[in-house]
Design a protein around this ligand. Structure first.
Ligand SMILES: Nc1nc2c(ncn2[C@@H]2O[C@H](COP(=O)(O)OP(=O)(O)O[C@H]3O[C@H](CO)[C@@H](O)[C@H](O)[C@@H]3O)[C@@H](O)[C@H]2O)c(=O)[nH]1
Length: 356
């Protein structure tokens, strides 16, 4: 196991702790990473868009511990200002339009934020302080139509969505800035990673939330798309440690972070329903409208480079992950249903057509 600095690591600054800036801090990964870095003694800054400032649920419990700065991946001056203010040693870019299904509906926004936004940030780092260590959230969606199983850092990319294409651009531009300017820039090619903090639109959380609502009599069915696609699902809490480890190495590099197991969506569904004592066949409706225009059929990651060089390995198993998510959603709905508490439905989302 790699033994990096266990607790707070000091920089050249007088009596100051290491500092990190996280973009996308209000998302699932941002919230886990912020907790992780605080635990290591970092001073943690988060870049927040005006619109997500109104959605701080995942980091509400860290209020007073993380320092939020206004900014937007599309607005380079705001990135420069955030870097000037935070003076980070490390920047973790977790900001993105991260929902694959939506990327067909908003292909240009996805390209701008998920793709070009990374160049804005790299340019800002290059001009403000090229010594900053940079982590880019690359994605297994870049592999797309895979021709090799499992996929590793040398597997060719063949993206199957506007999101995947934007991530390929972001990955290559990060590698290019490392090679052109000598930036300490790393790409973590993360396979699907989930948790009770996952957004409700992603399939794991849609399923765990659906199971909880059916179990508690709040819903009678769950509509899903393609049950045959296979994913390599890990626990987000495990994966943020790998992000940090990448930036503690002597040399920058790119790493696949995965579990090495692949499961069909159907197995996810079966596992989640049976954990709640339900037969999924009675409740799941396959809706062709939820199929994607192009699908990534199979993802399975080979994380041996991360294991050998970073000493990283996943801890939570697939079954433990699914059970953790179902239990968390059952608990959440039971709390919501307590007498006297209004049900906090998402009225805005209900007006939109179902997401695929
Ligand atoms: N979201 C969703 N997916 C469904 C549904 N029914 C079937 N699926 C299938 O479930 C699979 C997983 O979909 P998502 O959970 O939306 O995740 P993703 O497309 O694999 O993308 C996630 O993982 C990437 C890493 O590989 C991330 O980069 C990306 O941001 C996202 O987190 C896809 O094959 C999708 O077609 C449904 O109702 N909703």
């Amino acid at each position: 196991m790699w033994s990096g600095p266990a607790a707070a690591s000091y920089t050249g600054r007088r009596s100051e702790l290491k500092r990190a800036l996280i973009t996308g801090i209000t998302g699932q990964d941002g919230s886990y990473l912020a907790e992780f870095l605080l635990g290591k003694g970092y001073r943690v800054y988060g870049l927040v868009r005006r619109s997500s400032a109104g959605n701080p649920e995942r980091i509400r419990h860290l209020e007073g511990q993380v320092h939020l700065l206004p900014g937007d991946m599309l607005d380079q001056p705001s990135l420069v200002a955030a870097l000037d203010q935070a003076e980070p040693d490390e920047v973790y870019n977790l900001a993105a339009q991260s929902y694959v299904g939506v990327s067909w509906q908003q292909p240009l926004l996805t390209a701008q934020v998920t793709g070009l936004g990374v160049t804005h940030l790299l340019e800002a780092i290059r001009t403000v302080n090229p010594k900053i260590r940079f982590y880019q959230a690359s994605s297994s969606e870049m592999f797309g139509r895979v021709r090799e199983i499992p996929q590793n850092e040398n597997t060719p990319f063949y993206p199957r969505s506007p999101y995947g294409a934007a991530k390929v651009y972001a990955h290559h531009i990060t590698v290019n800035y490392r090679e052109s300017y000598g930036l300490f820039a790393c790409c973590g090619i993360l396979f699907n990673h989930e948790s009770p903090r996952r957004g409700l639109e992603f399939v794991t959380r849609k399923v765990s939330d659906g199971v909880a609502r059916i179990k508690l009599g709040l819903a009678g069915e769950l509509r899903l798309g393609n049950l045959d696609s296979r994913r390599d699902w890990g626990y987000a809490g495990d994966y943020v440690e790998a992000m940090w480890l990448m930036l503690q190495q002597e040399e920058p590099g790119d790493y696949v972070i995965a579990t090495g197991e692949t499961h069909p969506v159907r197995e996810l569904v079966e596992t989640a329903f049976s954990h709640a004592g339900l037969d999924w066949r009675k409740y799941v409706v396959v809706d062709p409208a939820l199929y994607r225009p192009a699908e990534v059929e199979l993802l399975c990651g080979d994380y041996s480079r991360a294991r050998d060089r970073l000493g990283w390995r996943p801890k939570v198993t697939f079954a433990e992950l699914v059970q953790m998510m179902v239990d968390a959603d059952l608990e959440r709905w039971e709390k919501i249903l307590q007498p006297g508490r209004p049900v906090d439905g998402d009225a805005g989302a209900a007006l939109l057509p179902p997401a695929r």
